[in-house]
Design a protein around this ligand. Structure first.
Ligand code: G16
Length: 465
């Protein structure tokens, strides 16, 4: 504790001479007891004598004597600067010091020192050193400290947490002012490829931002770079970040051949993300749009990573994979293989951190932040894992959303890719187009819309381009 830093020798000495199991009283003239019970008292009265001497600036004395009692009965008496008995006002302090448990002695000593010099000490309990510094600053904020030193609600230990936490909670578009999800949120950012309302180039450059959806099961990251260009890191980027991390840790744990891992994507996954994963030796599986399909597919692997481009996703660990990790944890510790043990621990922690029931934006944020921290990356480094192929998503209203069509098969062509599918959540069909340039992606999406307009049954079929 901070007190121990101020008086580093006190606690070790107090532990060497622990105080007896009984309460020691400052009697008529000092402490009296069997000699073997007074060792701790002697140490502590030495400290008190030093304080008394500092306070008065004069010499004080300590007598150890059986006085008129049997030889085994001893006493510890303090002699005041004037040569008389210890001043009455100090007797209470002497008693408190004599009886303080060893680990509280340093504190009791400090408290007595303060009180004896006329001050008032407040016990703040157990704090970290910076928390104590914070408490001191806040206590003085209204006593002539600077105008921005602190606020009343930042006082004390609770105030410390309030101050730090509220600095992080810079939430915008929370639905409290304005409409939920209107021009903001994960869907807006990912589908329109535009920043959420209220985020502007310049003022927000370099800020690390997350957009969630209204029920917090989707997550995308985004930021303005130093030139004010907006970058979106969607679910595909999340999959790339997480899968490469898991791949590294599985290898470090020596489990990359033993445990299977795959990333499950949908047709909405940017082609560049699929190519990136494959180029890095990561297996990619495909499922139809909808968490229920991806989740089901991910369960087929020991470690199944799935993220839809729109930000839905999580990482699933099979029970048998967890058993393997737990047994490896024991073995790695026995063999003192540190990197291996660390990798196994990290994998188990990922499994604990990431929601195993369903994609969870908050646990996904924590996972992304951990990986970025371990890699010493910011969003630009993460973004640079691969460059998205230009894409365009458009929707067209229709009353036929019940159409039983699956149009997510791939029309792959080196020059582009496009598909149309009925939305499962609203009366619309969606068009996704991807090409080498934004102009081509836009043209492709437009062509698909025109095909649909010409032949209203066209959705559900891949468009020929
Ligand atoms: C729901 C599903 C998501 C899916 C999305 C597709 O999103 O949970 O897995 O990606 O629908 O929507 P649509 O069929 O309209 O394209 P949410 O966020 O509403 O649960």
């Amino acid at each position: 504790s901070t007190i121990d830093r101020l008086y580093p020798g006190v606690t070790p000495a107090a532990l060497k001479f622990p105080n007896p199991d009984k309460r020691l009283a400052y009697g008529t003239a000092g402490f009296r007891d069997a000699a073997e019970l007074l060792e701790s008292t002697l140490l502590r009265m030495g400290m008190l004598a030093a304080l008394r001497s500092m306070k008065t600036g004069m010499a004080v004395g300590i007598a150890v004597t059986a006085s008129h009692n049997a030889a085994g009965d001893n006493g510890v008496k303090l002699v005041d600067p004037g040569g008389g008995m210890l001043e009455r006002a100090w007797e209470g302090a002497a008693e408190e010091l004599a009886n303080a448990p060893p680990h509280r002695l340093a504190f009791a000593l400090a408290e007595e020192g303060v009180a004896l010099l006329g001050g008032a000490a407040r016990d703040l309990g157990e704090l970290t050193t910076p928390q104590l510094h914070h408490c001191v600053r806040m206590a003085n904020a209204e006593r002539g400290g600077g105008p921005y030193w602190g606020r009343a609600e930042w006082r004390g230990e609770g105030g410390y947490f309030k101050m730090v936490a509220s600095a992080f909670a810079e939430v915008r578009n929370a639905g409290t002012d304005g409409e939920l999800n209107l021009n903001c949120g994960a869907e807006h950012a990912q589908k329109t490829q535009r920043p959420p309302a209220g985020f502007v180039a310049g003022r927000d450059n370099g800020k690390r931002c997350c957009s969630l959806d209204g029920d917090a099961d989707r997550l995308v990251y985004h930021y303005f770079d130093s030139s004010g260009v907006w970058h979106l890191l969607d679910g595909d980027k999340m999959a790339a970040l997480v899968a490469t991390f898991l791949q590294e840790e599985l290898a470090a744990a020596g489990l990359h051949h033993r445990l299977s891992m795959a990333v499950v994507q949908t047709a909405y996954a940017n082609g560049a993300s699929t190519a990136f994963l494959k180029a890095n030796g990561i297996k990619v599986a495909f499922a139809a749009t909808g968490v229920k399909f991806l989740h089901h597919e991910a369960l087929r692997y020991d470690v199944g990573v799935y993220f839809e481009a729109n930000g839905h996703g999580t990482v699933l660990f099979k029970d048998s994979a967890v058993s393997t990790l737990l047994s490896r944890q024991v073995r790695a510790a026995q063999q003192a293989r540190r990197r291996k043990a660390l990798a196994v621990k990290r994998l188990l922690h990922v499994r604990q951190l990431v929601n195993q029931a369903v994609g969870d934006a908050f646990s996904d944020i924590l996972l992304a932040e951990v990986i970025l921290r371990l890699r010493k990356w910011g969003l630009p480094e993460w973004d640079a894992m691969y460059a998205d192929l230009p894409s365009r998503q458009v929707r067209a209203a229709t009353a036929l959303r019940t159409a039983r069509l699956n149009a997510e098969a791939h029309a792959l062509d080196p020059r582009g890719r496009c598909f149309v599918r009925p939305s499962g959540t609203e009366d619309a069909v969606r068009v996704y187009a991807e090409a080498a340039t934004q102009g081509e992606a836009d043209a492709l999406a437009l062509a698909a819309l025109q095909v649909r307009a010409r032949a209203r049954v066209a959705y559900g079929e891949e468009c020929e381009v």
